[in-house]
Design a protein around this ligand. Structure first.
Ligand SMILES: C[S@@+](CC[C@H](N)C(=O)[O-])C[C@H]1O[C@@H](n2cnc3c(N)ncnc32)[C@H](O)[C@@H]1O
Length: 228
């Protein structure tokens, strides 16, 4: 089974021999791929949508993995129990605020898991902040480009960050900055270009507060670019 570059990267970050819960599994591509590649012991594929879960069930059946990958219909982690002994929680392809809500509601399951692999579509800074506020440290943080779009995958485990993150590290990821990521450099350069256009247009309207906001953002982006 072929996975997209994004899903492949997510699968790559799962620790060998884990029991995983894939929340918002949709087609169940991640658990199927992981099981078929002998990376996991078993999986629970969860989704809030009956239609999505049906797609997951059909695919699991097609690969004859009903014994190895269970499916559960429910909101976030609500259908996962401590007795499931989940090692790895994967949540990918949904907004950061929804992800935070899922982690909050399912905090007992999060606390019992060994690792989280998250790929928020937006509000990525908020997800990083949430992890830190809940004693989870980020051990892997990667921006990638798939089919022209930028994605970020975060891996977190229990523990405290040694040094507090700065604002720009919450926005772009400390690890990405430290590793001088070319993808991040490309992303920031593009974002800055877009913001400069917005700034030019907005200058005509004279909305001072917004102008200042964008100017400050551009300043911060330039500072980060200097490190990359
Ligand atoms: C865009 S798909 C992402 C599928 C897959 N995880 C991926 O990254 O390709 C989002 C999936 O999350 C499911 N979803 C949305 N909110 C959810 C929630 N609160 N709990 C569980 N699943 C949810 C949707 O039904 C949908 O199947």
């Amino acid at each position: 089974m072929e996975l997209s570059f994004r899903l492949n990267k997510i699968a790559d970050k799962v620790t060998q021999n884990s029991i995983i819960a894939d929340i918002g599994t949709d087609h169940a591509y991640i658990p199927i791929f992981l099981y078929k590649n002998n990376k996991i012991k078993s999986a629970i594929a969860c989704d809030i949508s009956k239609g999505s879960l049906q797609k997951a069930k059909d695919n699991i059946f097609k690969h004859n993995l009903q014994e190895n990958i269970q499916t559960r219909l429910g909101n976030g982690l609500e259908k996962i129990t401590i007795q499931d002994n989940i090692d790895t929680i994967i949540i990918a392809g949904m907004g950061g605020m929804l992800m935070i809500d899922i982690l909050k509601r399912g905090h007992n399951i999060v606390e019992s898991a060994k690792e989280l692999i998250l790929q928020p579509q937006k509000d990525i800074d908020k997800v990083r902040e949430y992890l830190h506020k809940n004693n989870l440290k980020i051990i892997d943080d990667e921006m990638l480009k798939d089919d022209g779009k930028y994605y970020t995958i975060i891996k977190a485990i229990k523990g405290k960050e040694q040094t507090p993150y700065k604002k720009e590290e919450y926005i772009f990821g400390r690890i990405e900055i430290e590793q001088k990521s070319n993808i991040l450099k490309e992303y920031i350069t593009k974002q800055m270009y877009k913001m400069e256009i917005v700034l030019k247009n907005i200058e005509k309207t004279n909305v001072q507060s917004r102008i200042l906001e964008i100017e400050n953002e551009i300043k911060m982006y330039k500072e980060v670019l200097k490190c990359l």
